[in-house]
Design a protein around this ligand. Sequence first.
Ligand SMILES: [Zn+2]
Length: 422
Amino acid sequence: MVDILVKGGTLPDGTQADIAITGDRIVDVAPGIAAEAGEVIDATGDLVSPPFVDPHFHMDATLSYGIPRINASGTLLEGIALWGELKDETTIDAMIDRALRYCDWAVSMGLLAIRSHVDTCDDSLKGVQAMLQLRETVKPYLDLQLVAFPQDGLYRDPTARENTLRALDMGLDVVGGIPHFERTMADGAASVRDLCEIAADRGLPVDMHCDESDDPMSRHIETLAAETVRCGLQGRVAGSHLTSMHSMDNYYVSKLLALVAEAGISAIPNPLINIMLQGRHDTYPKRRGLTRVREMQALGIPVGWGQDCVRDPWYSLGTADMLDVAFMGLHVAQMSAPEEMARCFTMVTETNAAIIGLPDYGLRKGALASLVVLDAADPIEAVRLRPDRLCVISKGRVVSRKARNDAALTLPGRPATVHRRH
Ligand SMILES: [Zn+2]
């Protein structure tokens, strides 16, 4: 007797298997499991995947679009200024309320683990308090990792360093940074050194907003790679965005990527946001502003896709659907070969889980019983359709269901329903 039996699904690798769940664990993955079950979920012909993971988000700012005004220029820098206005006037309760609503969206989309950067440039640390409360509230169904993120610059903001250390003392999980926003290249490099030492001292991972710029001379990723090695942080460091790499000289990048690989750094591009924010100073040709995804993957550098923003000062759209992120990333990085399209699905599931170090993740015996049933046959079709999540299970509990939803046609001589699977 098991608690839940998911029957007949197709796993992302193409194999068909039933999945048996007892308590919060997967107890068996095999074809034709005969066990009695408290609940049977029929996934025949559907894709059954481990949950989606977002390795880069801003939970303290989400669903705040239009408060107190919208970002007229659409740039990163106006977004930062606007966020400064919002964080002065918002409250802990309002932040938690907005974030909880977002987490409901996430659960319904099968997004069950999120790494969120949390602004630490505020003497009251309102956002940090709010996100720590939120982390506990959603823990039974959603894993939230919190990055101490000095949004206004570790050195550029007079109290940012002290407040970032306070935030880490309060229990944030990861050390963040924003070297390209410091006053000078030298300050940026110094901030990377400082933050890597702080992470090494405290035994924490590092995830920096790094080189989110169209300036090909923004080369803080080079310092991040060198400091990762010097501080012994290999395998624990991620560089988020890395958009300046799009504009760098090819010869320089050929040296740089070898250093990044040597340092065991992961890359987290955020294609929805960067295709919107980057290239704003260009006329034509206009740069795409996405980092070099395929080139890094060819060297074995782990690259995930992050969502970054939903309905906030930087981005007015967004749905908590990591398949939207994969879909945009696939296009901007021109990942059109079948194995590349399938990889885009893996990036928002397994690769993202590995980058943020999620324990017990995956569809295997002994892993945490979290999974998603999608109305698609395989990972490529899932990216193409961004289909309904028919059932979401988190830590052994069904947390969301959605009925199959085909359109009814009223055309003479044509089928009564449209099923967009192909
Ligand atoms: Zn970000």
